[in-house]
Design a protein around this ligand. Structure first.
Ligand code: GDP
Ligand code: MG
Length: 175
């Protein structure tokens, strides 16, 4: 075993427009890019310490990924962990996240597979249509981590979200 080779693959999934790319860009660059209009799937890598050890985090940004759609390398099998992003201003994006988690749990039979549900756009609380109670109840039932983030206004929330997910991978995979 190569002790220096610690990789964690994270797939970021969610409906269009919920802020997947903005969240990833915020995490990688510390900046918010309001209109990041890429239609490309891409994998970004960064090195960060987790619990005092250095890790390479590979993050796959996806574009309107439809569960069950044929893909060459199904991201579901590449992932060590999933970040499900939805907008707390958009109930349909919350439902889409729930469907994707169902799909992940079916495909990857290990129900300890780390999943974090990130309710994005917490800066738009006045437009909130998904309650934190509903989200937390669902996450508890699905054994998912949950948090509220704002890619645009709260960089620390994004950092914490990725940190929580990576920590969970470490604990489960003993990486
Ligand atoms: P994606 O389709 O899931 O990758 O979504 P994008 O990252 O392209 O973001 C979609 C839109 O939501 C853009 O106009 C972003 O500026 C906006 N957006 C992303 N994150 C936030 C957020 O935390 N708060 C607010 N108010 N807008 C956001
Ligand atoms: Mg995007």
């Amino acid at each position: 075993p190569n002790g220096s080779c610690r990789d964690i693959n994270i797939v970021v999934l969610g409906a269009k427009g919920v802020g997947k790319s903005a969240t990833i860009v915020r995490f990688l660059t510390g900046r918010f890019i309001g209109d990041y209009d890429s239609q490309m799937e891409a994998i970004f890598s960064t090195n960060i310490p987790i619990d005092g050890k250095q890790y390479t985090i590979n993050i796959m940004d996806t574009v309107a990924y439809v569960p069950g759609k044929e893909l060459k390398e199904d991201p579901v099998f590449w992932a060590d962990a999933f970040m499900l992003v939805f907008s707390l201003t958009d109930v349909s994006s919350f439902k889409a996240a729930q469907q994707m988690v169902d799909y992940i749990r079916r495909m990857r039979e290990d129900d300890r597979m780390p999943i974090l549900a990130a309710a994005n756009k917490s800066d738009l609380v006045h437009l909130r249509t998904v309650s934190s109670a509903d989200c937390e109840a669902w996450c508890l039932d699905q054994n998912c981590l949950s948090c509220e983030i704002s890619a645009s206004e709260d960089p620390m929330s994004v950092k914490t979200a990725f940190g929580m997910l990576c920590h969970r991978v470490r604990v489960i995979n003993k990486k």
